[in-house]
Design a protein around this ligand. Structure first.
Ligand code: ADP
Length: 498
C-alpha cells in the first residue's frame, strides 16, 4: 500500500511525463516526414535529371539523323561535295549524343536500345560511304536498306523516349503516394497529439478537481460542526498532503470541540456544586433551622466559606490561564531556594493530608543549589502537584516529594510521587492540555482541568520541563526541572577556595 502511494506521481511529474510523451510523438512524426520528403526529392530529381534528358536526347538524335539523311540524299543526287561535308560534320555530334544517351539511361532496356542505335548509325554511315565511293551509280539495294536502318533508329529513339516518359510518370506516381502517406501520417499524429493533450488535460484537471471538491464539501461539513470520518485522498501526492493536514486539523478541531463540551459540563458542575451548597446552607441559616445551635450554624458558615473559596479558585484559574495565553503573565525571577518553597507548601497542605490520613513525606537532599525562579509561581506549581496527588490518592496512601540536582543539565528536578489511582499511559501527555481530565468513570473527583496546563506554562516560562510517569493502579510521579541560577552555576565552576 505504502509502495503504491510512493509510485503515485506528483502533478508536476505528471505534466512533465505527459508533455514529454507528446513532444516525442511530434518529434518522431517530424523525423518520419523529413526522411520521406528526402525520398520525394530524390525521385523528382531523378525524373528531371534522367528521364527528361533521355527524352530530349532521343528526340535530338532522331531529328539529327533526319537532317543527316537530307544531306545524304542531296549529295547522292548532286554529288556536291558541300553536302558530303554536311553529312560528315554531323557524325561526331550524333555519335556524342548516342554515347550520352547510353551513359544517362538508368534502365537496362534503355542502354540496350542506345547501343542498338549506335550500331545502326554506324551501319548507316558505312552504307553511305560505300554509295559515295561507287561514283554516280548508287546500288539498287541502297534506298531500301537505308530506309530500314533509319526507321529502326527512329523506332529505337521513340522506344527510349516512351520508356523514359513511362519511368517519369511512374516516379511522379510514387512521389504522390509518398506525399499522401506523409500527409496521412502528419494528420494522424497531429490528431493523436491533440486527443492526447485533451485527454491529459482532462485527467490532470480531474485528478486535481475531484479531491478539491471533496475538500470543499468536507470544509463545509466541518464548518457546520459535522466532523465525520477522515478524508481519504490518495493522489496526487501534493493534494494528499493537503488532505492529510486537513484531516489533522479536523481531528484537532473535533478534539477542541469535545473539550469545549467537556469543559462546559465540568465547569457547570464545578460552579453549580458549590453554588448549590452555598444556597442550601444560606437558606437554612435564613430560615433559622439551627436557631438555637451555634455549632451547627458555624458549620454552615464554614461550608459557605469553603465553597466560596472553591468558586474563587476555579474562576481565578480560568482568568490566570487566559492572562498567560494572552502573554500578560508577569514573572519576578530571582535566586530562589526550592527547599524553602517546598517546605512552606508542604506545611500549607499538611492539614489536608492529615484529614485524608495520607502520609506527606518530604526529605530534602542536603545540598540543593538555588534556581532561577519566581517563588510565588513555583509554589503555585508545587501546590497544584501536591494537591492533585492528595486528591487522587486514597486514604492511608503516601505522597512524597524529592529534590535532585541534575549535573548534566545544570538544573534541579522536583519529584512528586503518590500511591494513587495512576494515569493511563496514553493520557500522560494529554493531561497537560487545558481542560483535559482523565475520566475516573465515577465523576467523584472535581476539578477544572486547568491546573496542569497552568503548571506547564509556568515551568516552560522558566526554561524548564514538566512531565509525568505513572503505573495505573499503583501511583504517579510528576517531575519538573528548573535551571540553576547564575550564582549557583558560577559557584559550581569556581575552584574550591584554599
Ligand atoms: P484538575 O483541576 O482537574 O485536577 P489538572 O490539570 O490539575 O486539573 O489535572 C488534570 C487531570 O490529570 C486530572 O483531572 C486527573 O485526571 C489527572 N491527574 C493529575 N494529577 C494526578 C495524579 N496525581 N494522579 C492521578 N491523576 C492525576
Amino acid at each position: 500500500m505504502k509502495r503504491n502511494e510512493e509510485l503515485k506521481l506528483s502533478i508536476f511529474k505528471r505534466l512533465i511525463v505527459s508533455y514529454l510523451a507528446i513532444t516525442v510523438l511530434i518529434l518522431c512524426s517530424g523525423i518520419y516526414t523529413v526522411m520521406n520528403l528526402g525520398e520525394i526529392n530524390r525521385i523528382i530529381r531523378g525524373a528531371n535529371s534522367v528521364d527528361a534528358q533521355v527524352i530530349r536526347i532521343a528526340e535530338e538524335i532522331a531529328q539529327s539523323v533526319i537532317i543527316q539523311t537530307g544531306s545524304e540524299r542531296k549529295y547522292l543526287i548532286s554529288r556536291d561535295r558541300a553536302f558530303y561535308n554536311n553529312f560528315s560534320e554531323m557524325n561526331p555530334y550524333i555519335v556524342r549524343k548516342i554515347t550520352e544517351l547510353e551513359v544517362i539511361s538508368d534502365t537496362e532496356e534503355g542502354k540496350a536500345l542506345a547501343a542498338e542505335i549506335s550500331a545502326l548509325h554506324e551501319r548507316y554511315r558505312t552504307l553511305f560511304e560505300k554509295a559515295a565511293l561507287s561514283g554516280s551509280a548508287v546500288p539498287k539495294s541502297y534506298p531500301a536498306e537505308k530506309e530500314k536502318i533509319i526507321s529502326a533508329i527512329e523506332k529505337n529513339c521513340r522506344l527510349i523516349a516512351k520508356g523514359a516518359d513511362a519511368a517519369r510518370s511512374e516516379k511522379m506516381k510514387k512521389s504522390e503516394e509518398i506525399s499522401y502517406r506523409i500527409s496521412r501520417t502528419i494528420l494522424f499524429t497531429e490528431s493523436f497529439a491533440v486527443v492526447l493533450v485533451v485527454l491529459i488535460s482532462f485527467l490532470i484537471t480531474r485528478s486535481i478537481n475531484s479531491p478539491i471538491r471533496l475538500l470543499r464539501e468536507k470544509t463545509k461539513l466541518t464548518a457546520r460542526g459535522e466532523f465525520g470520518s477522515p478524508l481519504a485522498i490518495s493522489s496526487p501526492p501534493e493534494i494528499k498532503e493537503l488532505a492529510d493536514s486537513f484531516n489533522l486539523m479536523c481531528e484537532r478541531l473535533r478534539e477542541l470541540d469535545q473539550m469545549k463540551v467537556d469543559f462546559i459540563s465540568h465547569l457547570s458542575h464545578e460552579l453549580r456544586t458549590p453554588l448549590t451548597a452555598i444556597k442550601e446552607a444560606s437558606s437554612m441559616l435564613t430560615e433559622g433551622v439551627f436557631a438555637g445551635l451555634p455549632e451547627k450554624q458555624a458549620e454552615l458558615f464554614g461550608i459557605i466559606n469553603e465553597e466560596c473559596e472553591r468558586l474563587i479558585s476555579s474562576v481565578s484559574r480560568i482568568l490566570e490561564l487566559s492572562r498567560m495565553e494572552a502573554g500578560m503573565a508577569d514573572f519576578a525571577f530571582e535566586d530562589a531556594d526550592l527547599v524553602a518553597i517546598i517546605r512552606k507548601t508542604v506545611a500549607k497542605l499538611s492539614p489536608i493530608a492529615d484529614r485524608k490520613h495520607i502520609r506527606l513525606a518530604y526529605s530534602p537532599d542536603g545540598d540543593i543549589p538555588c534556581v532561577s525562579a519566581d517563588p510565588d509561581k513555583i509554589s503555585q506549581v508545587i501546590e497544584n502537584l501536591i494537591g492533585n496527588a492528595l486528591k487522587f490518592t486514597p486514604k492511608e496512601g503516601e505522597v512524597s516529594i524529592r529534590l535532585e540536582r541534575n549535573g548534566t543539565a545544570n538544573s534541579v528536578e522536583v519529584f512528586v510521587t503518590d500511591t494513587g489511582c495512576g494515569i493511563p499511559r496514553e493520557s500522560l501527555e494529554e493531561i497537560f492540555e487545558k481542560f483535559k481530565r482523565v475520566d475516573d468513570r465515577k465523576g467523584t473527583v472535581r476539578g477544572t482541568g486547568l491546573g496542569l496546563s497552568i503548571a506547564k506554562y509556568i515551568i516552560n516560562a522558566h526554561g524548564g520541563n514538566i512531565w509525568a510517569e505513572s503505573e495505573p493502579g499503583r501511583g504517579s510521579t510528576f517531575i519538573f526541572s528548573l535551571p540553576l541560577s547564575r550564582s549557583s552555576l558560577q559557584s559550581a565552576v569556581a575552584p574550591p577556595s584554599a
